[in-house]
Design a protein around this ligand. Sequence first.
Ligand code: AP5
Ligand code: MG
Length: 225
Amino acid sequence: MRLVLLGLPGAGKGTQGDLIAQKYGIPHISSGSLIREAVASGTPVGREVDSYIRKGELIPDGLAIEMISERIGRADCSQGWILDGFPRTVLQAIALDQRLAQIDLDVQMAFDIRITQEEAIERIAKRRMCSKCGAVYHLEHYRSQNQNVCDNCGGELYRRSDDTEETARTRLVVYMKQTHPVLHYYSMDGRLYSINGQRPIAEVFADLDYYLQRLVDAQGVGEAR
Ligand code: AP5
Ligand code: MG
């Protein structure tokens, strides 16, 4: 299974990516998480990309493509992957298709998880993340049992550096300008599936899963590399 999750910041790509990974046993690869890990580890690449993230701008295409190319080449991706946050420009989408075509593979489904801009701002302002396992919470809808502590691993919850209202607004503008055209790219050959993301998490997942089941029925998970 080779899937791409698209949608505004806060649409629920990370939340749904985790659920798909749990059900189908394929890795959920978030480009944003990979970038935040690089920043945290203080590598030269991490230092280079930190300022882009803080401002809510995209990191250069070349760096993003290299990072994802390396990640999907690892052994745990032999049965497929879920990409969350990549591709984010048409150039990245073309690069991904070209890389996969070299090994006779393709992106099978791209999901557009749709929410309004107002909902995006509200969710981002109230999101908290686990500093250890990356689990995602919301101060109202999906709270941890103990404030500031992750239910899964006991890690401390934090607010992302780009989750301020000002940066969130920049991210929305960047999305509409640079990422929205990617929807058109995948719709042109029938790979785009539109999902209403403004409902409870389980309902959004049920919609996604309807299409994933069709993929499984057509190919079998094992074969749907
Ligand atoms: P990235 O980390 O990808 O951020 P994003 O796209 O802005 O998306 P978010 O992670 O903010 O939202 P999400 O859709 O994952 O929502 P979530 O599930 O957390 O990218 C960060 C930055 O990295 C970019 O700005 C850029 O600088 C850089 N970058 C990344 N990839 C790049 C690339 N390919 N090229 C260049 N630069 C790149 O949910 C949000 C909140 O809502 C949570 O609190 C959650 O609990 C809650 N929630 C989820 N679902 C629901 C629901 N159904 N109902 C109510 N609440 C919900
Ligand atoms: Mg995310």
